[in-house]
Design a protein around this ligand. Structure first.
Ligand code: CAO
Length: 473
């Protein structure tokens, strides 16, 4: 820790001590606060209120501004020093006339980007003491650092900065210099994940965020108007839910965060249309039950029939077994048939891929489906087992519901949603007959697939499922 320096520090070469002024740490409300950044160097010209150093207490980061303009002649602090009120930061050859010797108030930044360092010169007029203690800031609102909770009475002695006011608990943890850097790049600091000690956001984190945003085709979120692939969206509403009743916070799982980001991108960037269809699976169900009775050690899910039907449909409509290349100008047609299966796990949705489904029989697929679903739920799937899919199936048939709108799993161009089958009266030309009907929901990327093609694909799929002989061909 550096003790407060007595005035009359040794003179830097060639400088008249009479012109040198000490820039000191003001009352920061804490002792022994580490210096985490030195923002100026010897020879730099600084303006009044320009930040000299950044301090970081366990509750806040604060910049200490220069109380006067001039040229830095000597730095008295370095990163890692611990300082308290009165410590000399630098000797500055001040411009012209005499300046106020009082330490300048620190500039801390909270969530509000409009937070500003109040001026210490000319001396502020005494502020009336509020009747009540200063209320905590509402999330999302700018806060004014240096606000005097008890009344700012003496121009020479500023009240301590309350770190909780300057830096509300849920505000991102970043120095003002890093915030300024993020602002310069148009990045909403709230979106950046900090990799520093205690989650502090560093310069590299901001750069990495920008790189990632550019690589994924999205423009960095500015907070004021998040821009994704050219869409200008309103910022997400900030609501203090606790104001309306009791709440509990539950962090999202890693899987939820990853799949959420992917789903949001796919939903925002792919023009989705969902085509609905019903398949008569009466015969298929009878056959499935028979197969199950013959293979008691194996669970023969309706899904394996759906996989076979999808493969047949992909062969008949190759445009569905495709991906747009990154430029969006070329279609890549795949000659293999790897099908992704959405699996619901306690931690969220994962999509393992069954490879070469065209080369596998119903029993092989049943075995593999059992294995990957178990692996998914046991969190044992590796990245390789979740990549390379051509088309995905999301089956909610074991749960219920009639039709839904699955989100295309980019870079695939279509996904089949399967709902719960039900026995329904179906007109056979002479009478209503009880038939087991399976609701299908085919979502597709309208940039690649036309509505007519999608209707043909869905109808083909229903015919495949409706005619077990075709499926087994
Ligand atoms: N209609 C009627 N019954 C169906 C059906 C359908 N379409 N599909 C499955 N069933 C039956 C099964 O035959 C099984 O019956 P039994 O208990 O008599 O054997 C029961 O429903 C439960 O099936 P299941 O869901 O456990 O197994 P599955 O093989 O059909 O599906 C899997 C496996 C991994 C796809 C499924 O467990 C799963 O996770 N589904 C959820 C996928 C999901 O969340 N999608 C949403 C993505 S968007 O958020």
């Amino acid at each position: 820790m550096q003790p407060p320096s007595p005035s009359g520090a040794p003179s830097p070469a060639g400088v008249n001590m009479a012109d040198l002024k000490e820039a000191r740490v003001p009352d920061i409300g804490h002792a022994d606060v580490p210096v985490i950044e030195v923002l100026v160097k010897v020879g730099d010209r600084v303006e009044k209120e320009q930040s000299l150093i950044t301090l970081e207490s366990d509750k806040a980061t604060m910049e200490v501004p220069s109380p006067f303009a001039g040229v830095v002649k000597e730095m008295k602090l370095k990163v890692g020093d611990e300082v308290s009120e009165g410590a000399v930061i630098a000797l500055i050859e001040a411009d012209g006339a005499a300046v106020s010797p009082s330490p300048s108030p620190v500039s801390g930044e909270g969530r509000g980007e409009g937070a500003q360092a109040p001026s210490n010169s000319p001396a502020p007029a005494p502020a009336p003491a509020p009747a009540q203690p200063t209320p905590a800031p509402v999330a999302g609102q700018g806060v004014q650092p240096g606000i005097a909770p008890e009344g700012d009475v003496a121009p020479q002695v500023r009240p301590p900065v309350d770190a909780r006011v300057v830096m509300p608990g849920d505000a991102p943890y970043a120095s003002p210099a890093i915030r300024a850097f993020a602002r310069e790049l148009g990045v909403d600091i709230q979106q950046v994940k900090g990799s520093g000690r205690g989650g502090r956001i560093q310069r590299d984190d901001v750069s990495a965020y920008v790189k990632h945003a550019l690589a994924s085709g999205a423009r960095p979120s500015t907070g004021a108007s998040a821009s994704v692939g050219g869409l200008s969206l309103l910022p997400w509403p900030k609501v203090d839910f606790a104001k309306f009743g009791e709440i509990e916070e539950k962090p999202l799982t890693r899987i939820q965060k990853i799949s959420g980001a992917n789903l949001a991108r796919n939903w925002a960037m792919i023009p989705h249309v969902t085509q609905h269809e019903d398949a008569d699976i009466t015969e298929m169900e009878a056959f499935r039950k028979q197969l199950g009775a013959e293979n008691k050690d194996l669970k023969i899910s309706p899904l394996v029939f759906q996989i076979k039907a999808v493969v047949a449909a992909l062969k008949a409509f190759p445009q569905f077994n495709a991906s747009l290349d990154e430029s969006g100008e070329k279609l890549i047609l795949k000659k293999y048939f790897h099908i992704g299966i959405a699996v619901d796990t306690p931690d969220g949705l994962v999509v393992p891929v069954i490879r070469d489904c065209d080369k596998k029989g119903l029993l092989d697929l049943a075995r593999e489906l059992g294995e990957i679903s178990k692996k998914a739920r046991d969190k044992k799937l590796g990245p390789a087992e979740m990549s390379g899919g051509c088309f995905s199936i999301s089956s909610l048939g074991g749960i219920g519901g009639t039709y839904f709108t699955p989100i295309v799993n980019a870079p695939e161009v279509a996904i089949l949603g399967v709902s719960k089958s039900a026995v329904k009266p179906v007109w056979n030309g002479k009478e209503f007959a009880p038939r087991t009907m399976l609701p299908l929901s085919l979502s597709y990327d309208h940039r690649v697939i036309d509505g007519a093609l999608a209707a043909r694909f869905a109808s083909f799929l229903a015919n495949q499922l409706g005619d077990i002989r075709r499926l087994l061909l």
